[in-house]
Design a binder for this molecule. Structure first.
Ligand code: TRP
Length: 333
């Protein structure tokens, strides 16, 4: 039997997960978990922008784990990992920082965009260097594939660059990992803004109950004002975009789009349909989440087992890294 290739991917523990996470990344994780050996990381070292809200970070570790269990990531076959319980992440970050030019961080578009969100608040050093840690996260289990949201691709490019340098200048330790973006790279918010996000308060959460989802959809932005029998461009209407993303009957959705373009379709019809489609999709998630939430010991055990498994490959990699960097000082004499 050949060894399975490995996935490492992760999420920062800042709150419950939403539909954008699902369509942009989680869905791929679920699909690929049988094919790859998976390490799913809760990146609690990388939330220095939440330093004034530690309680929220600690609570979110459980929220994220529950959401993962809810969508069907199987902790028996995949590893759920708490980053800071694998301190090799910090250790490798420190070494890799040697091989990553500052200019590459300064040019990183994701980091730039996030940095500007601080406004007048000072930026912690740890925030500036989190992409280095993300590189270390991916290289530590020597991952081959990194399924992520579109906004993360610059960090994967950085990772490939570091892997190439390390392998060339020292020893061939790291595969050059590929990024993989989900079916819906960027999901609009329910208010029509380009991106669904917790901070914009325009998200539908995987754990929202059916009534909450119905209510959010009722209030959802339905494109530029338009009568029910007025044709329009479906691309301008987030309700239509959500149907495209989440309605299981692609043919019927295509028919509705056609009608939307030619004769028009009322938003009420679209919203009712979307409510059913989303609640049908989310119902099994809600059931699984509730089952685990009533037995948090199981969640704890999933995190403990996954973290332990990750530590063992982390130790293995660090032996290779120390050898490559010639760190065996005490073996010399
Ligand atoms: N930075 C990612 C995000 O904000 C989370 C993350 C941390 C990650 N480490 C990772 C993603 C490693 C992929 C691989 O969503």
């Amino acid at each position: 039997m050949t060894e399975r290739k490995r996935i490492l991917t992760g999420i920062r523990p800042t709150g419950a997960l939403h539909l954008g996470h699902y369509a942009g990344a989680l869905e791929n994780w679920v699909r690929l978990q049988g094919e790859y050996e998976c390490y799913f990381l809760i990146a609690d070292y990388q939330v220095s922008d939440y330093a004034d809200d530690i309680a929220r970070v600690r609570e979110s570790v459980w929220e994220v784990a529950l959401d993962w269990l809810a969508v069907g990531l199987d902790p028996e076959s995949s590893h759920y990992v708490i980053e800071s319980l694998v301190p090799e992440h910090a250790e490798l970050t420190q070494w890799l920082g040697w091989f990553l030019p500052l200019g590459m961080l300064q040019r990183n578009p994701t980091l730039k965009a996030e940095m500007s969100e601080f406004g007048k608040k000072s930026v912690p050093v740890a925030f500036f260097t989190y992409p280095v840690m993300q590189v270390a996260n991916i290289l530590l289990p020597r991952a081959h594939l990194v399924p992520v949201g579109e906004d993360q691709l610059p960090h994967i490019e950085l990772t490939r660059e570091v892997a190439r340098r390390f392998n060339r200048d020292f020893k061939d330790v790291f595969p050059e990992p590929e990024g993989l973006v989900g079916r819906v790279p960027r999901l609009a918010g329910i208010d029509g803004q380009a991106k669904m996000s917790k901070s914009l308060n325009n998200a539908i959460y995987l754990k929202d109950d059916a009534a909450t989802v119905a209510d959010k959809i009722r209030r959802m932005f339905g494109g530029p004002p338009r009568g029910a029998d007025e044709p329009g461009n479906p691309d301008d209407n987030p309700i239509m975009l959500y149907l495209r993303a989440f309605d299981p009957d692609a043919d019927e959705v295509a028919g509705m789009e056609e009608q939307y373009r030619t004769r028009g379709v009322g938003n009420k019809v679209l919203k009712d349909r979307l409510t059913v489609a989303l609640n049908d999709m989310l119902d099994p998630f809600r059931d699984r989440r509730a089952r685990y939430a009533s037995n948090m010991r199981l969640v704890r055990d999933a995190l403990a087992a996954g973290t332990e498994a990750h530590r063992s490959i982390a130790r293995e990699t660090m032996v290779m890294v120390r050898d490559a960097l010639d760190l065996g000082y005490l073996e010399k004499y």
